[in-house]
Ligand binder design. Structure first.
Ligand code: ADP
Ligand code: ADP
Ligand code: MG
Length: 679
């Protein structure tokens, strides 16, 4: 076995690899870019070397620099993780030449599977079933058009060198073919430097089911069952699970054997995934092979009781596969959710910023009685490369964490996932957590009515309007508001003295909050032993039972409250950032912007993130002029960031006092864009 390896990656996968290496007593060398100087993966490794500026092409994609670091630090092998250099055959070859083990397949296998067209040709020869289509050498438009016409529409155009869901075009009818081909080729050349495309029959309501394979240098190859990754957005996986619901033993072994055949056809070594597209009737077709560890590998680890990174290290070091096919068994059910810094309501636009507050669900441990030696006795696992205080930057994939749960049955795993998502708190960036909660809770997912169009088909359930804040939420926000104001007057017992207290009458204080759903005008009554809260719809008596600083957090982030509302217990966490309150209770996250009528007397600026740039980008349109009166929600300007347009709208009604930038200006994250005076 190796004594020292270099991890040529960042984020959660670098941390994931480092954890197994440490358990096996292998020293680790991290590489990092300028943006990652204080990253978790750097802290987790024994040594760390700066390899260049933040952009991936100047650091994590610098094959020669990384190889030089490996040689200089005495690493015997390089683990490439996924993405970056993991499927770069030239890099695998340079490692070999330099006498360093590339922890992955031989360069020839990466080459063979790197082109989707060439891979399909190979699979055809090996009798692995293929989606009907054309994947040959001819690329002239008329010829490809005739091929598409003869297979019947819809068809899918794919960049042969594509990956990550990019470079694909669905063509609905013959008349659209030529335009789609031009645009697909344009994207293919710009994203992958190769404009070769293939044409496939576009399947109706298919499932994405992939098989994990593992091969050793002795020529053995096994499959570690399947993962269903049908729940996707823009051809990118969102939820992954194992085993695939509804899979029969017979079909599992047919797909497993097809995948092993595919791997053997290219003399595969190490971890690989053969992706199939599967019809609702169960017929399966080879799509592509990913010649690396996959993002979603933990669900396989959970149901098979294996550590696939350990397998990778052992196989790369020349050891035989730890288990035979007959020894591998499925135990229970696992689901993974990818938690992203992104805004599902705005087309999944990535969100950039500092993770001001992060609370993760508690790990649930259990001992598996079928396998007492199992090294992962957890039912809730979080793989993450970031911690509270870290930044989600525009340079890399905005994944915050992978949340993986195990249950004896799918229903148990689903329940555990729902619970874990409800406990996951993130403030500082937009996240897809609420979206994942709706997805997990949707009838389509919970009944396993799976296909790659699940999200599209369930738009109404998955993208509801912002819900109106409940009375418990408003009460929690108010408790935090009053607490902050009173901490200065009586630190020991802030609830005993109230700034609003008057001897003979009860002070009624007007408090106003707003979110995307509506404005909330309420009155807080200050009494000797309690507060009252009145909204236009409700009223209740609030008693503060307990409050405590959130021990996982520091600074101004996070306080836990227990209240009674007319005798009913309400628990929640409130995180305050200036006048924005984040209220976490009963598994929901509500954002409220507080407007203090006393302090601002109706003329102060509307606070809250919406008038600032949510990420670095360019101003591409301005819809208002100085002096305009705008309603709440009116579009004010449009920014372009990370190749997507993002509309900034008015958080409340007001008058535009000043516009601070012009169309074409580049602005930094958090920059104030304009001044809006509340009306
Ligand atoms: P998986 O098949 O494991 O779900 P993807 O194919 O979506 O994963 O991509 C795996 C990782 O590689 C992701 O982090 C993604 O951002 C990254 N990735 C995918 N394609 C590319 C590419 N062309 N260049 C760089 N990184 C990529
Ligand atoms: P990538 O390299 O980007 O992962 P894939 O070939 O694996 O590309 O396809 C990505 C996704 O696109 C699949 O998971 C599936 O949802 C969809 N897809 C691919 N081929 C087809 C097809 N022939 N019919 C319908 N959907 C497809
Ligand atoms: Mg794929």
């Amino acid at each position: 076995m190796f004594t020292k390896i270099l991890i040529a990656n960042r984020g959660e996968i670098a941390c994931r690899v480092a954890a197994t290496a440490r358990r096996l007593g292998i020293q680790t060398v991290a590489v990092y870019s300028e943006a990652d100087a204080h990253a978790k993966h750097v802290a987790m490794c024994d040594e760390a070397v700066l390899i260049g500026p933040s952009a991936a092409r100047d650091s994590y994609l610098k094959a020669d620099v990384i190889l030089a670091v490996a040689l200089a630090t005495g690493a015997q092998a390089i683990h490439p993780g996924y993405g970056f250099l993991s499927e770069n055959a030239a890099f695998a070859r340079s490692c070999e030449t330099a006498g360093i083990v590339f922890i992955g397949p031989p360069a020839s296998a990466i080459d063979a599977m790197g082109s989707k067209s060439a891979a399909k040709t190979l699979m055809e020869q090996a009798d692995v079933p293929l989606v009907p289509g054309y994947h040959g050498e001819r690329q002239d438009a008329d010829f490809l058009h005739t091929q598409a016409d003869s297979m019947g529409y819809p068809v899918l155009l794919k960049a042969s060198a594509g990956g990550g869901g990019k470079g694909m075009r669905i063509v609905e009818k013959s008349a659209d073919f030529k335009d789609a081909l031009v645009s697909c080729k344009r994207e293919a050349i710009s994203s992958f430097g190769d404009d070769k495309v293939l044409v496939e029959k576009y399947l109706n309501r298919p499932r994405h089911i992939e098989i994990q394979v593992f091969a050793d240098q002795q020529g053995e190859c096994v499959y570690l069952f399947e993962r269903d990754c049908s729940v996707q957005r823009r051809h990118q996986k969102v939820l992954e699970e194992a085993p695939a619901p509804g899979m029969s033993d017979q079909r599992r072994s047919a797909m497993g054997h097809a995948a092993v055949t595919a791997a053997k056809a290219v003399s595969y070594v190490g971890a690989g995934t053969v992706e199939f597209i599967v019809n609702q009737d169960g017929a399966f077709y080879f799509m592509e092979m990913n010649t690396r560890l996959q993002v979603e590998h933990p669900v396989t680890e959970m149901i098979s009781g294996t550590d696939l990174v350990e397998w990778q290290l052992r196989v790369a070091a020349g050891e035989p596969l730890p288990l035979t096919q007959a020894q591998l068994q499925i135990n229970g059910h696992a689901i993974e959710a990818r938690i992203y810094a992104e805004n599902p309501d705005k087309g999944f636009l990535p969100s950039i910023g500092i993770l001001r507050h992060v609370r993760t669900p508690s790990a649930v441990t259990f001992t598996r009685n079928d396998n007492p030696d199992n090294n992962q006795p957890v039912a809730v696992r979080i793989d993450s490369g970031v911690r509270e205080g870290d930044t989600i930057s525009p340079f890399y994939d905005p994944m915050i964490a992978k949340l993986i749960v195990w249950g004896a049955t799918r229903a148990e795993a689903l329940a555990r996932m729902a619970q874990a998502l409800a406990e996951y708190q993130v403030v500082g960036v937009a996240t897809n957590i609420a979206f994942l909660q709706r997805l997990i809770g949707s009838t389509a997912f919970s009944t396993a009515d799976l296909d790659t169009g699940l999200i599209e088909r369930n738009q109404e359930v998955l993208f509801p309007p912002t819900p109106v804040a409940s009375l418990p939420v408003l009460a929690l926000a108010s408790a935090a508001l009053l607490d902050a104001e009173q901490r200065t007057t009586n630190a020991a017992n802030p609830w005993s003295a109230t700034t609003g207290w008057r001897l003979n009458s009860v002070l009624q204080r007007a408090v106003t909050y707003a979110n995307e759903a509506q404005h909330y005008a309420l009155h807080i009554g200050y009494h000797r032993t309690h507060y009252t809260i009145n909204t236009s719809a409700n009223s209740a008596v609030i008693r503060i039972v307990a409050q405590k600083e959130n021990d996982q957090t520091s600074g101004n982030a996070g306080k836990n409250f227990t209240l009674t509302l007319d005798g009913q217990t309400v628990r929640g966490t409130v995180v305050r950032e200036a006048d924005t309150f984040h209220i976490f209770t009963a598994g929901t996250h509500t954002t409220l912007v507080y407007t203090d009528p006393m302090a601002h007397a109706g003329e102060a600026e509307i606070e809250g993130g919406r008038l600032t740039a949510p990420m670095p980008g360019k101003i591409v349109a301005i819809h208002v002029r100085k002096g305009n009166t705008v309603e709440q929600g009116a579009p004010l300007l449009v920014m372009e960031a990370m190749k997507m347009e993002h509309t900034i709208s008015a958080p409340g009604a007001g008058v535009i006092e000043e516009i601070l930038f012009e169309v074409g200006d580049q602005v930094a994250d958090g920059t104030q864009l304009l001044r809006l005076v509340a009306q």
